[in-house]
Ligand binder design. Structure first.
Ligand code: ADP
Ligand code: MG
Length: 292
């Protein structure tokens, strides 16, 4: 114990000098935490190394919160989701190690892509957002859009004669999330715009895509098998694929409904047999009611 207790309290002049330095370095988070940290050092609760760590930690926390706030506005993130909020036990097909490794953001450094595939409600957007949040907190430029919104903005740019400019600006973010590929049909022009954008971002910056359809169905989405094949070819070249097979988290309180909607995906034979027998009991009861 004695080794950690400091014998001299921090003098007020040292305290003032530290304040001035932190203000000069524009470290308001650390400045705000300073008094509390020094008090704990003086009372022997914090060792020197821990105090330095706490001070820098306070700076980093505030800086990250501000980065995220800015990104929420400029990157159009629809919500803040984190990996910590993701319940892996609910979705066993999602491998924690793969997701934790992706969250270290090496894929952005290496300009690799991430594709999240799976039925509705399994957490594709959640995981795409948590990666976007991590990237924004690390100070990287992020952009988030659904495919439909992205194509709409490109169509508008074309109508205004600014397509080339718009495409150039969309190459710039080091991480782009394109959500919901496959929910809405897209036009031929839309498919061409998307292809052009992905061709430009290829090996230049990372893109995260989410889709409820497997790659083999992308030809249908884009109305062009050849273009879709070329697109998928570029995409999967440097790509992490997260294939989620499981139940909708949205419907977790309504297990019966989930089973009926995604009959085959994860329903065990026992569960569907149960459902069937419950149905037949119900219909028998209804028949009885009708015959009365
Ligand atoms: P998808 O994009 O695959 O349709 P979402 O990511 O939008 O699904 O998930 C639907 C909702 O359920 C969101 O509010 C999301 O945060 C939540 N959610 C999904 N999966 C999980 C999970 N495994 N743990 C915690 N929340 C989840
Ligand atoms: Mg989604």
């Amino acid at each position: 114990m004695s080794g950690r207790v400091s014998t001299t309290a921090t003098s007020s002049s040292l305290r003032e000098r530290l304040r001035t330095q932190l203000a000069d370095l524009k470290m308001p988070g650390a400045l705000e935490a300073l008094d509390d940290i020094l008090r704990q050092v003086d009372s022997g609760q914090l060792a020197t190394g821990e105090a330095v760590e706490r001070l820098l930690g306070a700076h980093i926390a505030l800086r990250n919160a501000r980065r995220l706030q800015t990104a929420m506005r400029s990157a159009r993130l629809p919500a803040v989701k984190t990996l910590a909020d993701f319940d892996f036990s609910f979705q066993p097909s999602v491998k924690r190690e793969q997701l934790e490794s992706l969250h270290t953001l090496g894929f952005i450094e290496r300009k690799e892509n991430v594709v999240l595939l799976g039925p509705p409600g399994v957490g594709k957007t959640h995981l795409a957002l948590s990666l976007a949040v991590a990237a924004a907190e690390s100070g990287r430029r992020v952009y988030f859009a659904t495919l439909a919104d992205l194509l709409h903005s490109l169509e508008e740019a074309q109508a205004a004669g600014r397509l080339a400019h718009r495409l150039r600006t969309l190459v710039f973010p080091s991480l782009m999330v394109i959500d919901e590929i496959g929910y809405l049909p897209i036009t031929r022009t839309g498919a061409m715009f998307f292809f052009q954008l992905m061709a430009r971002r290829y090996e230049h910056a990372s893109t995260i895509l989410t889709s409820n359809k497997g790659f083999e169905e992308w030809g249908e989405i884009f109305g062009d098998d050849v273009m879709a094949a070329a697109l998928v070819d570029r995409l999967v070249h440097h790509c992490h694929i997260v294939n989620i097979r499981g139940n909708s988290y949205r419907l977790r309180q309504h297990a019966d409904l989930a089973r009926r909607l995604h009959g085959s995906s994860s329903t065990s034979a026992v569960a569907s047999a149960e459902l069937e027998s419950r149905r037949s009991v119900k219909s028998k009861r209804q028949e009885e009611l009708h015959t009365r």
